[in-house]
Design a protein around this ligand. Structure first.
Ligand code: AMP
Length: 283
């Protein structure tokens, strides 16, 4: 069976043993309900590191009131089997009270880059993410940590945080893994009914279509194309659109049009009780 630990002390012991043996340590934080997207992070970590630590922790502080913390899918034994097959060495499964001792009052807050996009609809989300990721990085002390481009605002926020706080870890972004039909893999896809699953395809399709229009209209205002994309999502079966925006690929500053620079088209939309996000590169 794959090696598992549930306490910070046991985690530190196991990682220290590997480090003393000279291993470069890779770390993949997850919330479980693992799919091929998560496993691609593990594969990227195994390709660059000698030992890979995966955490599974459904972090309560990154869910807002009324969000899906309780309903979030959990399947520890299936996750452990997938990680063993993928070749990860150690799985860290802290309980909530191991992660957050009573009277914990310190948080990590990254301003600017966390405002707007997902931070608009989920105002407390990124503070929960940056606080738990800082704690996880301090607990594991990896050489490199791997995050998916699927959560692009999260990836750029963590890059910024690690730079601003001088946290000695390399942050590595991994491309989004998609189903054959284009839908980005997500643990939340499990919430979709068969009809919603079909309609959800309009998210990647719309991103591709808007990206093509923006590339053709290089140097022109993007607003009309973004409006068209929002309408496409609603027509495709989404009930509401949180955002569809063109942003600078690094700073996430709003772009009024694509001028040929590295840019990202990002969207979040709701279908039934499910909120889906996706993004693609332009340029
Ligand atoms: P989560 O379990 O949703 O918190 O995700 C854990 C990590 O897996 C994050 O770095 C995500 O960006 C990444 N991830 C989730 N879905 C995908 C995907 N489809 N492709 C690549 N990485 C992903």
């Amino acid at each position: 069976m794959i090696d598992t630990v549930r306490t910070i002390a046991a985690l530190r012991d196991r990682v220290a043993e590997r480090r003393q043996a000279g291993a470069r340590i890779g770390f993949v934080p997850t919330m479980g309900a693992l799919h091929e997207g998560h496993l691609s992070l593990v594969a990227a970590a195994l390709a660059q590191c000698d030992a890979v630590v995966v955490s599974i922790f459904v972090n309560p502080t990154q869910f807002g009131p009324g969000e899906d913390f309780e309903a979030y899918p959990r399947d520890e034994s299936a996750d452990l089997e997938k990680l063993e097959q993928a070749g990860a060495q150690l799985v860290y499964l802290p309980a909530v009270d191991e992660m957050y001792p009573e009277n914990a009052t310190t948080v990590v807050n990254v301003s600017g880059i966390t405002e707007g996009l997902c931070g608009g609809a989920r105002p407390t989300h990124f503070q929960g993410v940056t606080t738990v990721v800082t704690k996880l990085l301090m607990q594991v002390l990896p050489d490199a940590a791997f995050f998916g481009e699927k959560d692009y605002q999260q990836l750029q926020t963590i890059r910024r945080m690690v730079r601003d706080l001088d946290i000695p870890v390399e942050i590595i972004g991994v491309p989004t893994v998609r189903e054959a039909d284009g839908l980005a893999l997500s643990s939340r896809n499990l919430y979709l009914s068969a009809d919603e699953r079909r309609e959800a395809l309009s998210l990647p399709a719309t991103l591709q279509a808007v990206a093509a229009k923006l590339r053709q209209a290089q140097g022109e205002p993007a607003a009309a194309h973004l409006d068209w994309g929002r309408a496409q999502l609603l027509q495709g079966g989404f009930d509401s659109v949180d955002y569809l925006e063109l942003r600078d690929a690094e700073t996430l500053a709003v772009l009024e049009g694509w001028e040929g620079q590295p840019a990202r088209l990002l969207a979040a939309a709701r279908i039934g009780k499910t909120r889906l996000i996706d993004n693609i590169a332009i340029g």
